[in-house]
Design a protein around this ligand. Structure first.
Ligand SMILES: C=C(O[C@@H]1C=C(C(=O)O)C=C[C@H]1O)C(=O)O
Length: 117
C-alpha cells in the first residue's frame, strides 16, 4: 500500500493511487448494484409489490454491521452508508411503479377508444 522509503511526496502519491483504484472499484460495484436493484424495481412494479421491504432492510443492516465490525470499519458509518443507498433505490422503485401505472392507464385508455363503436 504505502511506498515508504522516506519520501513523503512519493508515499502520498502511492497512497493516492491506491485510493483512486478503490474509488474506481466502488463506482463499478455501485453501478452493478443499481443495475440489480433496477431489475428488482421492474419486477416489483410488474407484480404490484411494494417498493420498500423493511424486513429485508433490517436483515441487511444487521449483516452489514457485523461485516463492518469484522473489517474494523465503524458499524454506524456502514449502516448510514447502506441506508443512504437503500433510500435512493426505493426512490427509483417508486418512480418505476409510477411510470408503470401511467403506462397501464394509457394502454387502458387506448383500448377503450379502440373498443368504441
Ligand atoms: C432491492 C430491494 O428493494 C429495496 C431496496 C433494498 C436495497 O437496496 O438493498 C432492500 C430492500 C428494499 O427496501 C429488495 O427488496 O430487495
Amino acid at each position: 500500500m504505502a511506498a515508504g522509503g522516506g519520501d513523503p511526496v512519493a508515499e502520498l502519491s502511492a497512497l493516492r493511487q491506491s485510493i483512486d483504484n478503490i474509488d474506481m472499484a466502488l463506482v463499478a460495484m455501485l453501478a452493478e448494484r443499481f443495475r440489480c436493484t433496477k431489475a428488482v424495481g421492474e419486477l416489483k412494479a410488474r407484480y404490484k409489490m411494494p417498493p420498500a421491504d423493511p424486513d429485508r432492510e433490517a436483515r441487511q443492516i444487521a449483516r452489514l454491521r457485523e461485516l463492518a465490525r469484522n473489517a474494523r470499519l465503524d458499524p454506524d458509518f456502514a449502516e448510514k452508508f447502506l441506508n443512504f443507498i437503500i433510500r435512493e433505490v426505493i426512490r427509483h422503485h417508486e418512480a418505476i411503479a409510477r411510470d408503470d401505472a401511467a403506462h397501464a392507464d394509457v394502454a387502458r385508455e387506448s383500448a377503450a377508444v379502440e373498443a368504441r363503436p
